[in-house]
Design a protein around this ligand. Structure first.
Ligand code: NAP
Length: 282
């Protein structure tokens, strides 16, 4: 047996949810709120983070094992402060769920590098900041676990998704490399890639969203995925599988398809939000 095989075979088993201390970011609304409510009754301790303190407090009032630590994920000092609090109160984190995120779409007629930086700051660097703050505490776990929020949008590069899609693709790649580097130290890593989920984020969309599920259904899918600890947590499969197949089309056909989606937006000034795909319009 090689040294690496020995390390892997002696890794400890993941603790059941009931014995876990879980840190969840982006818990004040949407998927994060539904996940917070579903996890609180299943885990030992849940720490919830977002900027909206009042919304977090309203969730924590319903449970005795939920701690509110408000923080902006784009401000690493706030996350380190939260991590110090977790260290003092609980001494470890078993699972970090880096869920906080935002969505803005690019209008190609008004190219806006600041918009792209804003989305990257929250979705990608916010996740990176959360991991930096949590990593020393994850190393105190019997077997730590990082689940980061990506999106099904990474399967197919859509028009107007330059910022959002790039932030989620960067997240996916980052988590894949992280998994490779953390395997030997016994910390598991997953990427969560939902299709459409009904939340304040998608409520801003004024178009049909195929196979959309509720935030509560998404929370159940995520908990199922967390229990399995497979890298790729994607749902609903009837949607994500189709999108992934489209992403496998040869370049000439795939770009013809996505350019047609972009052109259809430009050729219809009355209804500019007519794309069929997720997170792709205002
Ligand atoms: N809904 C979908 O169809 C869908 C599909 C694929 C992936 N996702 C991803 O799922 C995650 C949750 O989205 P959602 O649909 O549930 O949207 P949402 O209801 O708008 O929730 C976003 C959460 O992120 C938090 N957040 C945003 N910026 C933050 C910041 N700078 N610091 C700390 N927290 C911040 C928000 O809290 P505060 O505003 O209080 O800070 C809120 O709790 C996102 O990463 C999103 O990209 C969603």
């Amino acid at each position: 047996m090689t040294g690496k095989e020995q390390t892997l075979s002696t890794q400890k088993k993941a603790p059941p949810l009931a014995r876990q201390v879980i840190w969840l970011t982006g818990a004040s609304s949407g998927i994060g709120e539904a996940l917070a409510r579903a996890l609180a009754s299943r885990c030992q301790q849940l720490i919830i983070t977002a900027r909206n303190y009042k919304a977090l407090e309203a969730i924590s009032k319903d449970f005795s094992n939920v701690t509110v630590l408000a923080a902006d994920v784009t401000k690493i000092s706030e996350l380190h402060h939260a991590a110090t609090e977790i260290q003092n109160r609980f001494g470890r984190i078993d699972t970090l769920i880096a869920n906080a995120g935002t969505c803005e779409y690019l209008d190609i007629d008004q190219f806006d590098a600041e918009l792209i930086k804003r989305v990257m700051q929250t979705n990608f660097f916010g996740l990176v900041n959360s991991i930096e703050a949590a990593l020393p505490l994850l190393q105190q776990s019997q077997r730590g676990y990082i689940a980061g929020m990506s999106s099904s949008v990474t399967a197919l590069a859509m028009p107007r998704a330059e910022a959002y899609g790039a932030s989620k693709a960067a997240t996916l790649h980052f988590l894949q490399s992280l998994k490779a580097d953390l395997t030997a130290s016994g910390i598991d890593v997953s990427a969560i890639s939902p299709g459409f989920v009904k939340t304040p984020l998608t409520d801003r969309n004024d178009f049909a969203m195929p196979a959309m599920i509720s935030a509560e259904q998404a929370a159940q899918e995520i908990i199922r995925g967390l229990n399995r600890r497979h890298f790729d947590i994607h749902f609903p499969k009837r949607f994500t599988r189709v999108l992934r197949l489209l992403g496998l089309l040869p370049d000439w056909l795939r770009f013809r398809l996505t350019a047609a989606m972009s052109r259809s937006k430009h050729s219809d000034p009355i209804n500019q939000n007519n794309s069929t795909f997720p997170e792709n319009r205002k």
